[in-house]
Design a protein around this ligand. Structure first.
Ligand code: CAA
Length: 254
C-alpha cells in the first residue's frame, strides 16, 4: 500500500493521509515526493476545493525520517528542499487533522496548513536540536511567527514538546477536540469551506499568506485589490442577491 493515501470523502474535499504507522509516519523521501505530487495535482484540480492532511488517529508525523537522513551529504539534503514548496504554495485551503505526535518535520508539516485541528492527546515539538540539527522546513520561522519569539525559542532550544492545550493557548493550533473527533471536525470545517465561493476562498488564503510578509501598507493594498477583483465574479452578485432575496446562494466558482 502507498505510504501516502489519497481519499475523496465528499464533493470537493480531498484527504491526504500519511501511511507509515510502523515508523510513526516519519517523512522519508518517498513520502515527501508523494506529498509534493499530491499537493501539486490537488492545487491544479478544479474539483478539489479543500484538502485535509492527516496521519490517522494515532500519530500525525514524528518528523523527517532519521534513518533516511543519518548518512546524507549536504548536497543530497539540498536536493530535497523544494519538496515543501508545493504544499506551501497550494492555492486551496489545507486543514491539518492532528492526532498524537507532530514533531520536527511533522510539526512543520502541520504548520504548512491553514487550519490545525488537534486532538486532546496531540503534542507539538521541534526536537531537532536533540539529534544535532535544527529545523529545516519552517520550524524557526513559521513557529516564531505563530507563537512569538519567546515561546518558539523555548521549544526550539530545549526540543521539549507542548501539549495540544498549550499549543492552542500559544496560537499554534486553531481548535482542540476529543481525539476521536479530530477527523470529523476537520471534515465538518472542510464542508463549510467547500460551500463558500471558491474564488473568494482562494483570494482570502493568498492575501492572508502574502500579506504576512509584507508591510501593513503593502498588505492592505494587496487586500484591497483582491477585494475589488472579487466584484468581477458572478459569485459576488449571487452571494449578495441571495442575501437580499433571503435565499441560499448557489456559488459556481465564476
Ligand atoms: N525517523 C525514523 N524512524 C522513526 C522516527 C523518525 N523521525 N520516529 C520514530 N521512528 C521509528 C523508531 O525508530 C521505531 O522504529 P523500530 O520499531 O524499528 O525501532 C518506531 O518508529 C517506533 O518508534 P518508538 O519506539 O520510538 O515509538 P514511541 O511511541 O515510543 O515514541 C516518538 C514515538 C516520541 C515519536 C519517538 O519515536 C521519537 O522521538 N521520534 C523521533 C522524533 C524526532 O526527533 N523528530 C525530528 C526528526 S528531524 C526533522 O524532522 C528535521 C526537519 O525539521 C525536516
Amino acid at each position: 500500500m502507498s505510504e501516502v493515501l489519497l481519499e475523496k470523502p465528499a464533493d470537493g474535499i480531498a484527504v491526504v493521509r500519511l501511511n507509515r504507522p510502523e515508523v510513526r509516519n516519519a517523512l522519508n523521501l518517498t513520502v515527501r515526493d508523494l506529498l509534493a505530487k499530491h499537493f501539486t495535482d490537488l492545487g491544479n484540480d478544479a474539483d478539489t476545493r479543500c484538502i485535509i492532511l492527516t496521519g490517522g488517529d494515532k500519530v500525525f508525523a514524528a518528523g523527517a525520517d532519521i534513518r533516511d537522513m543519518v548518512d546524507r551529504t549536504p548536497i543530497e539534503v539540498m536536493a530535497r528542499r523544494d519538496l515543501w514548496k508545493p504544499i506551501a504554495s497550494c492555492p486551496k485551503p489545507v486543514i491539518a487533522a492532528v492526532n498524537g505526535y507532530a514533531l520536527g518535520g511533522g510539526c512543520e508539516l502541520a504548520m504548512h496548513a491553514d487550519i490545525i485541528v488537534a486532538g486532546e492527546g496531540a503534542s507539538f515539538g521541534q526536537p531537532e536540536v536533540r539529534i544535532g540539527i535544527m529545523p529545516g522546513a519552517g520550524g524557526t520561522q513559521r513557529l516564531t511567527r505563530a507563537v512569538g519569539k519567546f515561546r518558539a525559542m523555548r521549544m526550539l532550544l530545549t526540543g521539549e514538546p507542548v501539549t495540544a492545550r498549550d499549543a492552542l493557548a500559544m496560537g499554534l493550533v486553531s481548535e482542540v477536540v476529543a481525539d476521536a473527533e479530530v477527523f470529523q471536525t476537520a471534515l465538518r470545517i472542510a464542508k463549510t469551506i467547500v460551500s463558500m465561493p471558491p474564488l473568494a476562498v482562494m483570494q482570502i488564503k493568498e492575501v492572508t499568506l502574502a500579506g504576512q510578509d509584507a508591510s501593513l501598507e503593502a498588505a492592505m493594498i494587496l487586500e484591497r485589490k483582491a477585494f475589488q477583483l472579487l466584484f468581477s465574479t458572478t459569485d459576488q452578485k449571487e452571494g449578495m442577491r441571495a442575501f437580499l432575496e433571503k435565499r441560499k446562494p448557489e456559488f459556481r466558482g465564476r
